[in-house]
Design a protein around this ligand. Structure first.
Ligand code: GLC
Length: 549
């Protein structure tokens, strides 16, 4: 039995079991008719979000930004991008969301600013060795005339991590050249971010999703990386295996920075901080989840598991044990704005690398109906697990990845920086369909910033009219989760066969996920919700059910 000991007299904080909904703002809903999603759009959809029984929304970066990387290139951390609205609208959103019982989480981007940030302008204008340059990571070039980069580090988006400025120095950017890395050794940077945290918490935000939390600390000797060793271990998302000694990923000294933020959050009751940390394993991940660090860390092992019972069970056990080792619970997620949507991942043959498939995979390989069936089943699996969960906008409609966007419209810097060898993330950013109204399936009143494929509105129509729609499944499951999945944090495995993931929650509910190729007899009891057909007490393949036993 996996049990996380909780003392009954201590109330469980809301976020520990919370259901969070990720709003990728520019693609969520367009309230002002310019083709881009905005705060007005979010405000207009709050009743819909409330009807989903989510506790909070996480809004992707909404700050002023040239949008070279979808807003993860920030020019001002305490303002709103005029494309999306202004601070008064942000305040109104937080107030209205609160009225709907929904909290608002902001995206904090501490690893880098935009190159259009005032600080970077000042750094360029100042001389080498100046305090202005010291907010970033500037180094001299190497080689006879300084013509070579300081080291061989590679940017996540492709190419070197160093870009040369006119006086010959180079600045570090783990991502795009328009995203210079901040120097977290510099106390000015640390203090500025404490002020940024306070700014949003004072405005009523419930906390932060922290971008690239594993990347802030750098080895100050800037040694070369043994890329052969790194590549051997690399998985999707450049999850280089760090184990504390990598020059820039998951270094042990990053935790001092995190502890500093936590002291600020602890001044504000009921706030929460979730880490995006792509690290080697749960041994490393659990460090971010220690009592004086993050409240939550996304569990990307679960997201990356194939549709395979033993892989899923393994991911679940590892996460429960890893989180329990520091007195915490896992934070489950199936999709986000950086990965191929799971309705498409599960539609591909086992072992397919979905990112590579996007570029040049065989289109005959994809089985959309299968992907959707599994995505629905996966939702019931995730929603039954102990801990908190994050949904990515559109998964509640069963949206697939739009893998065939014309390359001319691709906006992700990955496409260009990789020399067109990686397609990037645009396929999961396609604006949400809400109705079947032209010209944007109810997203707004004009053509959206990224084209929606033919038939996109069908996902909305089905959701609005069909009582067995995916949206309806999510609504019911999220509602039931509030009732049945929150009594405790227990999970006891049930043996219904090697290809069936089945467990019992202490609260009297069993979850059965049939990943086998034949029907599976369900335990006796009342079926609370099912993602697909149950005939004579048997659950169809690639379906899930919750049973009150
Ligand atoms: C994170 C974000 C991703 C962004 C990158 C650089 O991985 O989730 O969208 O491109 O950081 O900020």
């Amino acid at each position: 039995m996996h049990t996380v000991a909780m003392h009954s007299q201590i109330p469980v904080p809301w976020w520990r079991r919370g259901a969070f909904y990720q709003v990728y703002i520019r693609s969520f809903a367009d309230g002002n008719g310019d083709g881009t999603g905005d705060i007005a759009g979010i405000r207009s959809r709050l009743p819909k979000l409330a009807s989903l029984s989510v506790d909070a929304i996480w809004i992707n970066p909404w700050y002023p930004s040239p949008l070279n990387d979808g807003g993860y290139d920030v020019t001002d951390y305490v303002d709103i991008n005029p494309l999306y609205g202004n601070l008064d609208e942000a305040k109104a959103l937080i107030a209205e969301a609160t009225d709907h019982g929904i909290k608002v989480m902001v995206d904090l981007v501490p690893n880098h600013t935009s190159s259009a940030h005032r600080w970077f302008g000042e750094a360029l204008a100042a001389s080498p060795g100046s305090p202005e340059r010291d907010r970033y990571v500037f180094r001299d070039g190497t080689g006879p005339d300084g013509g070579l980069p300081p080291n061989n580090w590679r940017s996540v988006f492709g190419g070197s991590t160093w870009t040369r400025v006119p006086d010959g120095q180079r600045y570090l950017h783990l991502f795009d050249p328009s995203q210079p890395d901040l120097n977290w050794e510099n106390p000015t940077v640390r203090d500025a971010f404490h002020d940024i945290l306070r700014f949003w918490l004072d405005l009523g935000a419930c906390g932060f999703r922290v971008d690239v939390a594993h990347g802030l600390a750098k080895d100050q000797t800037f040694p070369d990386i043994d890329h052969d060793a790194d590549d051997a271990d690399e998985t999707d998302q450049d999850r280089v295996l760090a184990r504390g000694a990598h020059p820039h990923w998951d270094r042990d000294d990053v935790h001092d920075i995190i502890r500093g933020w936590r002291t600020v959050l602890d001044e504000y009751p009921d706030t929460v901080m979730v880490a995006e940390a792509w690290v080697a394993n749960w041994d490393r991940l659990a460090r971010y989840l220690r009592a004086d660090e993050f409240h939550q860390v996304f569990d990307f092992d679960f997201l990356e598991a194939d549709w395979d019972a033993s892989q899923m069970r393994h991911a679940i056990v590892t996460s429960l044990d890893g989180a329990a080792s520091v007195g915490a619970v896992p934070t489950w997620v199936l999709s986000n704005h950086d990965v191929v949507r799971h309705a498409t991942r599960y539609a591909l043959p086992p072992g397919t690398r979905s990112k590579t498939w996007l570029l040049d995979g065989d289109r005959n390989d994809i089985d959309d109906a299968l992907g959707l069936r599994r995505a629905r089943a996966a939702a019931l699996l995730m929603l039954a697990l102990p801990g908190s969960i994050y949904l990515y906008q559109g998964e509640e409609l069963g949206l697939p990845e739009v893998y065939d966007l014309p390359v001319e419209v691709l906006d992700d810097p990955v496409w260009t920086r990789s020399g067109h060898t990686e397609k990037g993330r645009d396929g999961c950013w396609v604006p949400i369909p809400w109705t079947d109204d032209a010209p944007s399936a109810g997203f707004g009143s004009v053509e959206p910033w990224l084209p929606q494929p033919p038939g996109w509105s069908a996902f909305a129509t089905a959701s609005n009219t069909d009582p067995s729609s995916t949206l309806d499944l999510y609504r019911r499951a999220l509602e039931l989760r509030r009732i049945h999945m929150t009594k405790d944090e227990d999970l006891e495995w049930l043996d219904l066969g090697a290809d069936v993931v089945a467990f019992h929650r202490g609260s009297g509910v069993a979850c059965v996920v049939n990943m086998s190729t034949s029907e599976v007899p369900l335990p006796a009891g009342e079926v609370l919700v099912a993602s697909g057909p149950i005939t004579d007490g048997k659950l169809a393949t690639d379906c899930s059910a919750w049973i009150l036993v």
